[in-house]
Design a protein around this ligand. Structure first.
Ligand SMILES: C[S@@+](CC[C@H](N)C(=O)[O-])C[C@H]1O[C@@H](n2cnc3c(N)ncnc32)[C@H](O)[C@@H]1O
Length: 216
């Protein structure tokens, strides 16, 4: 998702209590920032924020951090968050590949909602479920890696199933038509858009034990 450049986007972000401008400095101490020891859930590619806002409202028992690589998109999310008085959400402006610079074994679950599908084979390495991203995610999870993914895109869904399986993830749940499955679901902007065009929403939940990490 690319929006036209929002003038002064950085300044707008920095004025919000929801925006963490120095996330590298918070590495290893995110629970201290939230001032509690509740599990931390991470949404990567949060877009305009409907999902993280809905989840944070429904689940005060968790903390949420949203990642978005474009400032102009994040501004739209911040506008919505600023109207709430939620204390369990923070957002940051980074690229997903840099997660390991920001978190250290602090994350319980990663949500990947309607990630860019990168349909051409030569671009599959850019998918957020490609091996190099899964390796980076390993560094941020606590003892177990948990990933939940939603998409309208068959190729991304199939590619993600294969990539996660080859990387050692075990599937807890798979839905090929989430909206008609009866499963509780907080919808995203893209989800509403694609469902209204007649696409079925695909969903998966997978986990993996994190192997012993070598201490330096
Ligand atoms: C197709 S949009 C989906 C937005 C939202 N999750 C939804 O479902 O409505 C994908 C979002 O992921 C962001 N994104 C893509 N690649 C990213 C990356 N490597 N790191 C962080 N954000 C990324 C894009 O800027 C865009 O906002």
């Amino acid at each position: 998702m690319r929006l036209r450049n929002v003038k002064g986007a950085r300044e707008i972000l920095e004025q919000s209590n929801f925006f963490v401008s120095n996330p590298e400095e918070v590495k290893g101490t995110w629970n201290r920032l939230f001032d509690n020891d509740k599990p931390i859930m991470l949404e990567i590619g949060m877009g305009k924020g409907d999902f993280i806002l809905g989840m944070a409202k429904s689940h005060p028992e968790f903390n949420y951090v949203g990642i978005e690589k474009y400032e102009s998109v994040l501004v739209r999310a911040i506008e919505k968050l600023d109207e709430s008085n939620l204390e369990n959400v923070k957002v940051i402006n980074i690229d997903a590949i840099d997660v390991e610079k920001i978190f250290d074994r602090e994350i319980t679950c990663i949500y990947l909602n309607f990630s860019d599908p990168w349909p051409k084979k030569k671009h599959h390495k850019r998918r957020l479920t490609y091996k190099k991203f899964l390796e980076a995610y390993d560094k941020v999870f606590k003892d177990y890696a948990n990933i939940e993914l939603k998409t309208d895109n068959d190729s991304l869904f199939e590619g993600s199933l294969i990539s996660l399986c080859e990387y050692g993830y075990i599937f807890d749940d798979i839905k090929l038509d989430l909206w008609n499955s009866g499963k509780e679901n907080v919808r995203t902007e893209y989800e509403n858009k694609f469902a209204s065009l007649g696409f079925k929403i695909k969903y998966l939940k997978a986990h993996k034990k994190i192997e012993e990490r070598n201490e330096i």
